[in-house]
Design a protein around this ligand. Structure first.
Ligand code: SF4
Ligand code: FES
Length: 249
């Protein structure tokens, strides 16, 4: 199939960007979206032009490095799918696709489709961990985890930190991401000792960045490639209120 791509090109964080038209010819339906861009980039390089910059690593939907907007939708049209796992069979000959980086003040554009997501790293550094004593590995069954808690934690731990939720949110809120991280640790027995400090520190870290507030629109859930549910935001808000009150008394 042949496609028309209109790609956001921007040389550096401070420079002006613009949309450039490209033709992707003889695209194989079995290629992934990133492989299609690889082929286009080889073609650009062979003509002495700058390749299109985009983030990627595992290309298996597990690392969270990839991500950009395809026709205004974060990670493209396939629900529950990262752009590295999106295949060209979901498009048709003659399609015209607009590719843009995540648009959020907290994620400044580095180059073309690449944005700086270090704001997420700072939120994790504020409390997205558990402190465990180093030493020999504990027995696997030493801390029993109730099945519902294990299931909830595993679902929340599926978040790969891609940032699609922020990009899709009209407020550029980081609530789905932060809620997932807080839920992942907050429902496990191992996460209880630091539960109160974790939520207060992580929410404070979110507030230091330039994310907006959540107004329950739900675009984040709709585009999340790991199908993280809005419930994690409710859990984060509930935990935050409890932790704030317990600090006052
Ligand atoms: S909640 Fe979903 S969309 Fe947001 S960072 Fe995690 S995986 Fe990506
Ligand atoms: S490249 Fe790792 S999730 Fe897409």
């Amino acid at each position: 199939m042949n496609l028309i791509l209109r790609v956001w090109r921007q040389k550096s964080p401070g420079s002006e960007g613009r949309t450039v038209r490209y033709e992707a010819k003889n695209v194989n339906a079995e290629m992934s979206f990133l492989e299609m861009l690889d082929v286009l980039n080889e073609d650009l390089q062979s003509r002495g032009e700058e390749p299109i910059a985009f983030d990627h690593d595992c290309r298996e939907g597990i690392c969270g490095m990839c991500g950009f907007m395809i026709n205004g939708v974060a990670h493209g049209p396939q629900r529950g799918t990262t752009v590295c796992q999106l295949h060209m069979r979901h498009f048709k000959d003659g399609d015209e696709l607009y590719l843009e980086p995540w648009r959020a003040r907290a994620f400044p554009v580095v180059r073309d489709l690449v944005v700086d997501r270090s704001a997420f790293d700072r939120i994790i550094a504020a409390g997205g961990f558990i402190s465990v004593p180093a030493g020999s590995a504990p027995d696997g069954n030493a801390i029993s985890v109730p099945k519902p808690a294990a299931e909830t934690a595993m679902d929340a731990a599926a978040c790969i930190g891609c940032g699609a939720c922020v990009a899709a949110c009209p407020n550029a809120s980081a609530s789905l991401f932060t809620g997932a991280k807080i839920t992942h640790l907050g429902v496990l027995p191992q996460g209880q000792p630091e539960r109160r400090e974790r939520i207060l520190n992580m929410v404070a870290a979110v507030n230091r960045e330039v994310f907006g507030s959540c107004t329950n629109i739900g675009e984040c859930e709709a585009v999340c490639p790991k199908l993280i549910k809005l419930e994690v935001i409710a859990r984060m808000n509930r935990d935050f209120i409890r932790a704030s009150w317990s600090r006052r008394v």
